[in-house]
Write a protein that binds this ligand. Sequence first.
Ligand SMILES: Cc1cc2nc3c(=O)[nH]c(=O)nc-3n(C[C@H](O)[C@H](O)[C@H](O)COP(=O)(O)OP(=O)(O)OC[C@H]3O[C@@H](n4cnc5c(N)ncnc54)[C@H](O)[C@@H]3O)c2cc1C
Length: 409
Amino acid sequence: MDFEVSEKMQTILGMVNDFVESDVIPIEGEMLHGDQETVDALVGAAQKRVRQMELWAPNHPVEVGGLGLSMLEHGLLTEALGRSPLGHLVFGCQAPDAGNVEIIHKYGTPEQHERFLRPLVEGEVRSCFSMTEPENPGSNPAMMSTTARKDGDDYVINGHKWFSSAADGAAFAVVMAITDPDAPPYSRASMIIVPTDTPGFELIRNVSVMGHSGSGYATHGEVSYQQCRVPRANLLGGEGDGFVIAQDRLGPGRIHHCMRWLGIAQRSFEMMCDRANERQIRPDGGTLADRQVIQHWVAETAAEISGARLMTLNAAWMIDEVGPKASRDEISAIKFTVANVMLRAVDRAIQVHGALGVTDDTILAYWYRHERAARIYDGADEVHKSSLGRRLLQRRATGGSCRLGTGSE
Ligand SMILES: Cc1cc2nc3c(=O)[nH]c(=O)nc-3n(C[C@H](O)[C@H](O)[C@H](O)COP(=O)(O)OP(=O)(O)OC[C@H]3O[C@@H](n4cnc5c(N)ncnc54)[C@H](O)[C@@H]3O)c2cc1C
């Protein structure tokens, strides 16, 4: 394995790290306590400075103005941006837009590129990804009820979705719907681009998550599609390609999530160390850092983050070397490992901060609320563990290797 990046990339990472520290983290206070309008203005101003630095949307493919990064470089950039909840938004590479850019770039027609991809890449509009349904298990998306029926030159979409993240204010949704109910389970569904001003598209509510329904970008929408009519030209890829495209979106996307979580874990850890060093708990000057239990948490958290980071960089490097399919064991392993390492780091940092840790005077409580979902989306822990465990056992039974890091093919 080789985690070396070019000199140019090292310079970019240095610039991104500095900018997150100087220009993004200071906006967090307003995000936690201020009004949305002020946050939008501050984020807009920071985005302008990012464009001036020519670092806008660096993750995109070269053809659409990005830097053409390898998966490893992409991961390192995401880790740097993940140190603030606003990092990706300020640099124009936030979910779910980044994933939608990838799939529209890869599967879209020239007309879709001009109408949907270009404004998305420019940051003129936002989008959402509308697959999960409240009435069906997201863990088994083949069980889906939303339909897209052909009618002349149109599709007519009917269904009920939720957790369409960032639907509030989005210009369009990429919707997963059944186009052929008689096809084999994984060929039944297609992806269709639906402008949110189409009659029949209704944002029912921003679902309240851990006490916050949010507004604008930081939301999870419940959406109804009622006789929602869009031209057949809005089909993304071929009919029945929905699951293939979804897999394309999810596989490498897990590297992004894991590296973003490592950014969160590292910053939480640094906050925990600083608080332990500063917090005097005895009149003679003794601090929390003098306590053995805190020293153990520091040691354990450092080791866990370092192990999780090496696993993730290795998975990223493997995707670059052998592709996502042959790296699926490593991808499953990092998905549940890193999510739990990050959540433990945030939880320990809160514990060391005491009452301050559960206030919104630091970023920790925000992460505690928002990042709990890491163990659920993009494949719940249990789903990844079952499929990884099953594959390793099968390989061992047939004389293969049950060691991770060697590729599954
Ligand atoms: C913050 C957040 C953002 C999201 N953003 C989006 C988005 O933008 N677009 C979108 O379409 N969806 C989004 N989702 C939805 C997400 O993809 C689903 O929540 C996920 O797929 C799980 O589906 P579910 O919630 O229906 O849980 P279920 O499928 O009902 O599963 C519930 C639980 O059952 C267990 N379980 C499930 N299957 C198995 C199994 N085979 N073996 C053992 N245990 C199992 C797991 O513990 C799992 O957590 C988001 C979710 C969250 C929380």
